[in-house]
Ligand binder design. Structure first.
Ligand code: TXE
Length: 484
């Protein structure tokens, strides 16, 4: 398994260039240089992938759960055995610290595959008995050919989070990783060959969202789309897929509140708030970017939070002491910087950060490094506090009452996750019930049990991933009623 300067599509079990022979540049945020090229795929490549998937479907969907379980577990093992290669590729593509790729991204990728391979072994159909009359039993059958489209922030982690339940439940998949972070999906294709995944079961088509991605969404033979990415992309996918009656799962943006009450365990809270603000440079849809702190501890919080943030090391993703690596792209760092400028116009004060790092290390020159940024003094309903920035930028705002905190928390269009810090268990439950979010963490952040439903409300998406939810999404229910 190896990184290549020319990434290939994986169609019908073969590693192939785009039919057009065209390539796109793959830039590393580490130094801003082109370090590889990806196939600039279009409808023709998607068509070939669909044909391969259709050929593979009868055998894959009927070969038995245990056979799928064995192959997928073999795939998980291969990823685990090649941790260093995968982690290096992930950091090179995304700019995230190698320590994170090794401890979070890649381990989670093989965990996803194992989890769903195993889950499908335990997935049972329901039966509903009508006394003295009839019995209903509900089959859960694979859909057929499905599409999975994933983003750049957690590349292999989210790619496998989608393809694993799809494959485990017997579907054949056309998958597209983000054009910004394609390398680990290319390594995965090589791992699939090694694991003995039958040709055409998984097809990986690289390329632009508006070209290859859109061709997947528009293809009549692709019956379901699982997508994670920006809210506006989700909207355009829904516009195309809904009239075609495709099943849709959309995991979109977030603008998550972090509500900190004066009665919290301060040390635990401050440690996790640093993580929830700046992990992966704030480029996780679950990061808490709006921090509301109850007034009695506001000044103490501010002082400690700013101090700890200033200690964070920004720089070489491949150094073991780096906390924040590079942002993912030039375009993205410009977007994040534009929000910092907007915050100033909206009346905010930058307490720390707010600037691009002047790197002294020659090898990092040209990379996209930004100091983690804390802003205060903004009104709760300004654009900076309402729109997704998706970078190492948080705002802090004091509040007095629980009602006020709830009102702030629920004031945005998004509703993905939320965090509540308090030692008052009644208050925590009360708030958890009223908060408009698909996920609520109390006194913790990003504690993930893969069995739980994952997804958001409002503009954060439609549908749920995780556990049985994902297996339900990737199967069709068929009820059989037998009268006796
Ligand atoms: O995402 P896109 P982008 C947010 C974040 C970020 C913004 C834009 O705020 O700044 O979205 O990021 C494919 N049909 N999140 O532009 O474009 C694309 O190729 C089909 C939140 O990178 O949504 C990629 O594979 N596919 C987030 C994937 O969609 C299309 C994670 C995501 O890209 C397509 C990432 C189309 N028309 C960004 N257009 C989260 N919630 O985790 C693009 N794609």
């Amino acid at each position: 398994m190896k990184i290549s300067k020319y990434i290939k599509n994986y169609i019908g079990g073969a590693l192939v260039p785009a039919d057009s022979g065209e390539y796109l540049d793959n830039i590393s945020p580490f130094n801003g240089e082109v370090y590889s090229h990806i196939p600039d795929s279009d409808i023709t490549d998607v068509q070939k992938a669909v044909e391969a998937a259709e050929r593979a479907f009868p055998e894959w969907s009927s070969c038995g759960i245990e056979k799928r379980f064995r192959i997928l577990n073999r795939l998980a093992d291969i990823i685990e055995q090649n941790l260093d290669t995968f982690a290096h590729a992930e950091s090179m593509d995304s700019g995230k610290p190698i320590t994170m790729s090794k401890s979070v991204d890649i381990p989670r990728a093989h965990a996803n595959i194992r989890f769903f391979a195993t889950a499908s072994m335990h997935y049972a159909a329901e039966s509903h008995h009508m006394e003295k009359s009839a019995i209903n039993y509900t089959m859960r059958q694979p859909i057929g050919v499905v599409g999975c489209i994933s983003p750049w922030n957690l590349p292999l982690y989210l790619f496998t989070w989608k393809i694993a339940p799809a494959l485990a439940s017997g579907n054949c998949v056309i998958a597209k990783p983000s054009e910004i972070t394609p390398m680990t999906a290319f390594l995965l294709a090589q791992a699939c060959e090694e694991a003995g995944l039958p040709a055409g079961v998984l097809n990986i088509v690289h390329g632009l969202g508006t070209k290859a991605g859109q061709a997947i969404v528009e293809h009549i033979k692709i019956k379901a789309i699982s997508f994670t990415g920006g809210t506006s992309t989700g909207r355009s996918i829904a516009r195309i897929a809904a009239p075609m009656f495709k099943k849709l799962s959309l995991e979109l943006g977030g603008k998550n509140p972090n509500i900190i009450f004066a009665d919290c365990d301060f040390d635990k809270m401050i440690f996790d708030t640093l993580r929830s603000s700046f992990s992966n440079n704030g480029q996780i849809c679950l990061c808490g970017s709006r921090i509301y702190v109850q007034r009695p501890i506001y000044e103490k919080f501010k002082e400690e939070f700013v101090k700890r943030t200033q200690f964070l090391k920004v720089g070489d993703p491949f150094s073991p002491i780096t906390d924040l690596g590079a942002l993912v792209s030039q375009q993205h760092i410009e977007k994040v910087m534009s929000y910092i400028e907007l915050a100033k116009v909206e009346g905010g004060t930058v307490l720390c950060g707010g600037n691009i790092v002047e790197v002294t290390d020659e090898k990092l020159k040209g990379g996209y490094y930004l100091r983690p940024t804390i802003i205060e003094g903004l009104p709760p309903y300004c654009r900076t506090n309402m729109e997704e920035i998706f970078g190492p930028v948080v705002t802090i705002t004091p509040f007095d009452t629980e009602e006020e905190a709830l009102q702030y928390a629920n004031s945005v269009d998004y509703g993905l996750s939320s965090t509540i810090w308090t030692q008052d268990i009644t208050k925590a439950h009360r708030l958890a019930e009223q908060i408009q979010a698909g996920i609520v963490w109390v006194n913790c952040w990003l504690v993930r049990d893969l069995r739980t439903p994952f997804g958001g409300v409002k503009h954060s998406g439609v549908g749920r991933e995780g556990g049985w939810e994902a297996l339900r999404f990737f199967t069709e229910a068929k009820n059989v009623c037998v009268k006796y």
